[in-house]
Design a protein around this ligand. Structure first.
Ligand SMILES: Nc1ncnc2c1ncn2[C@@H]1O[C@H](COP(=O)(O)OP(=O)(O)OP(=O)(O)O)[C@@H](O)[C@H]1O
Ligand SMILES: [Mg+2]
Length: 247
């Protein structure tokens, strides 16, 4: 996979016995782009990300990652290139300790143990959580779990990052560290988030999802400063553009 683009063509998807969530999604994310996926609760942001890694395969239309259509046989190859941070950090952590969890992915690719150790340490350092290395995952706080889930993905050196609410539960310094990390990530990334201030800093392009389709697709600077358009899509101006409202 030489070019890390993602194309959605007429993508429709429904969960069993439910009304359609996605109803004709069309767009292309090009190589090296950093794109925000925003929209009100329940509009399908997490669902759309989950389709890219083939968590549900019964969608209509096509999704192509690089030059590979998302289909069952291609999933191991596609997943090799994608780092996916779940909205629910807890669902991502399943090994007894933080170290084991971060090492799981590299070990799965049969990397030598020395390389595994290097990758784990580098991911821990990048996210700033070396002190959590030997902790049992179930004892971590919400923000600590979120940070570990980001480290598990970084240890795989992904070419494409899919991040679902990456800043949720992070304290201000950890969030700032994450923003720096995302700004320096050179490859393709899609960030589903309600943190519109993070979007302003990290993503040049924004997609607004509404009623099962990409209702707006354009430069972040234009979409996130358009109060009327944001309101029509169940959103508000980023906090940095709002007037302070002191009690
Ligand atoms: N496993 C499931 N089975 C049935 N319906 C589901 C399932 N998961 C999500 N949904 C429904 O699909 C719709 C889209 O959910 P999704 O989680 O993709 O939204 P979202 O835009 O990520 O929302 P949020 O901003 O709250 O994270 C919602 O109506 C949700 O209730
Ligand atoms: Mg979601």
């Amino acid at each position: 996979m030489s070019h890390h683009y993602i194309t959605f063509k007429d993508v429709c998807f429904s969960y069993p016995n439910s009304k359609p969530v996605l109803n004709g999604v069309n767009c292309t994310i090009t190589h090296g782009e950093s794109v925000a996926l925003i929209g009100a609760n329940g509009m399908g942001k997490s669902t759309l990300l989950s389709l890219i890694v083939g968590i549900h395969l019964n969608f209509k239309g096509s999704i192509v990652v690089g030059d590979i259509p998302v289909q069952k046989a291609a999933l191991p190859h596609i997943r090799e290139h994608i780092g996916y941070v779940f909205q629910d950090a807890e669902a991502q952590l399943f090994m007894p300790t933080v170290y084991e969890d971060i090492a799981f992915g590299p070990r799965n690719y049969h990397l030598p143990e020395e390389e595994v150790q290097k990758r784990v340490q580098s991911a821990l350092d990048t996210v700033g959580i070396s002190h959590l290395k030997d902790r049992a995952c179930y004892t971590l706080s919400g923000g600590e779990k979120r940070a570990v889930s980001i480290a598990t993905v970084l240890a795989l050196s992904p070419d494409i990052l899919l991040l679902d609410e990456p800043s949720i539960a992070l304290d201000p310094c950890s969030r700032r560290n994450l923003i720096h990390l995302l700004k320096t990530f050179q490859h393709t990334q899609i960030i589903a988030t309600h943190d519109l201030d993070l979007v302003m800093e990290v993503c040049r392009r924004t997609l607004i999802i509404n009623e099962g389709t990409i209702a707006h697709d354009g430069p972040t600077k234009e979409l996130l400063t358009n109060e009327k358009l944001l309101r029509e899509n169940g959103l508000e101006l980023p906090l940095c553009l709002q007037q302070p409202n002191w009690a």
